[in-house]
Write a protein that binds this ligand. Structure first.
Ligand code: HEM
Length: 436
């Protein structure tokens, strides 16, 4: 088997398709694929020695931490002799170049070890995002993003539309679970050092996804146009004003000096058009990298014999993912029915802000820091600290050079623990002071 084919399957470089010779049999679509010859890619039995495929024989260190499944592909285009219709042949000719990728998807394997459980949280985040898209589209059929009608349309959805209450509650709970899953997924990949070479861009794209998820939460909060949402947005959009250029940004976001109907329109368009559009693009890149680079194992696990075996991504891992999704859906329906979110009272800019205004729980840690630095210029210090912290966090794969050399990097584990402790402790402090 050609070396570049092996590499493509192993997730390195896509193999160059061989140009079809004039008159040669047309390549066939993946659907027409003959089943791989028995024994072509035997999954390694737990603890069994790997087959001595050329690439698999390379020392682990030279593979830069990329897990390479023991793939044996006898032909770069195993479908070329299959019979299909003229239309099928037309598509085959055009899609021939993606065959190695499709082939790879089928061969991708996920390492099994004692931390494998954490691999499910990326998929769960994805699941809750899909729920958001579906329920969000349905809610949009009734929601009216204007100062005069927003609150009334919310009450209408909640009280009049058949199952509207369920849709709205699922949307609200799924938003929270999506952010929670994204945080768990981020910290688990952090502690497993999955960000190390060559997965740096998976981490960076993931970080952008988290920021976008938080943006969804922030922009969605105002949409019910109730008192709590109104004043929380008022307070939240006040903060960046102390930073240089912040007032300009706040002006754009609010669409004026104060939070108003103009702000509602802007938040709505961000929430349903701009953020989903950007998120879809970044998510596509993130998921493509997941497929092409494969799933990483923690540093040193392979060498220490801690990998119990490998399971096929399709269908085994995906089926297990689906079990997680079913449990997630059950949890959603339970939470939506038993712990419904309230509607509140309609926002009125002329009334004084109610006591105890606070943002959504995923901003509590930052909110507490702002409260802690209540001296002259403290807000600016807090913003600077949070911004620098976020930049360092986003660039961790490039700073932790030890992990990229497959060496342990305890300093970064400690950094992760400190960040986690900061988030949990400050979140708890806000909870202790304000309640849920
Ligand atoms: C909308 C949010 C996100 C979605 C839908 C998502 C989805 C996924 C999925 C399905 C996987 C493969 C399975 C797994 O390892 O869990 C994955 C892997 C990964 N994600 Fe995310 N992710 C999101 C956010 C993040 C964030 C916030 C980070 C970190 C800042 C991140 C970093 C990674 C990394 C490094 C991997 C590779 C794991 C490995 O190879 O072991 N992702 N993501």
């Amino acid at each position: 088997m050609a070396e570049n084919d092996q590499n493509a399957l192993a997730g390195n470089v896509p193999a160059k398709p061989k140009p079809a010779a004039p008159g040669a049999a047309k390549p066939a679509a993946p659907g027409a694929a003959k089943p791989a010859a028995p024994g072509a890619a035997k999954p390694a039995a737990p603890g069994a020695a790997k087959p001595a495929a050329p690439a698999a024989a390379k020392p682990a260190a030279s593979q830069g931490g990329v897990y390479k499944p023991p793939v044996d592909r006898p032909d770069s285009n195993p479908y070329k002799d299959s019979r299909v219709s003229a239309l099928g042949a037309w598509f085959q000719e055009r899609f021939y170049v993606v065959l190695p990728v499709l082939d790879y998807l089928k061969k991708k394997e996920v390492p099994q070890h004692r931390l494998s459980f954490w691999y499910y949280f990326g998929g769960l985040t994805l699941f809750f995002f899909i729920i958001q898209i579906v329920t969000g589209l349905l809610l949009m059929q009734y929601y009216k993003p204007t100062e005069a009608e927003a609150f009334a349309s919310f009450v209408f959805i909640q009280k009049e539309v058949p199952f509207g209450w369920l849709l709205r509650q699922i949307h609200a709970w799924s938003a929270n679970l999506m952010v929670l899953m994204a945080f768990i997924h981020m910290f688990s990949t952090f502690f497993m050092k999955s960000y190390r070479k060559p997965r740096e861009l998976m981490w960076v794209s993931g970080f952008v996804l988290l920021v976008l998820c938080l943006g969804f939460g922030f922009t969605g909060y105002l949409l019910p146009w109730n008192e709590l949402a109104f004043f929380a947005t008022q307070v939240g959009t006040e903060v960046p004003k102390v930073a240089p250029g912040g007032a300009f940004l706040v002006g754009i976001l609010r669409g004026g000096e104060e939070v108003s109907g103009e702000t509602l329109t802007r938040m709505f368009s961000l929430h349903v058009v701009l953020l989903p559009g950007i998120l879809m693009l970044v998510l596509s890149a993130h998921l493509m990298l997941v497929q092409v680079l494969g799933t990483s194992a923690p540093i040193g696990y392979k060498e220490a014999g801690l990998i119990k075996g490998y399971e096929k991504f399709f269908p085994t891992f995906l089926a297990k993912d689906a079990i997680g999704w079913i449990i997630g859906f059950g949890l959603l329906v339970y939470l939506a029915s038993v712990f419904p979110w309230g509607i509140g009272v309609k926002a009125n800019a002329l009334t004084p802000a109610p006591l105890g205004i606070k943002p959504e729980w995923y901003f509590w840690a930052q909110f507490q820091l702002l409260k802690d630095l209540k001296f002259e210029g403290g807000e600016l210090v807090a913003i600077a600290l949070l911004t620098v912290g976020a930049i360092v966090w986003a660039l961790v794969p490039f700073i932790d050079t030890k992990a990229s050399k497959e060496e342990r990097s305890p300093i970064f584990t400690i950094l992760g623990l400190l960040v986690l402790a900061f988030l949990l402790l400050n979140t708890y402090r806000v909870y202790a002071e304000y309640g849920w």
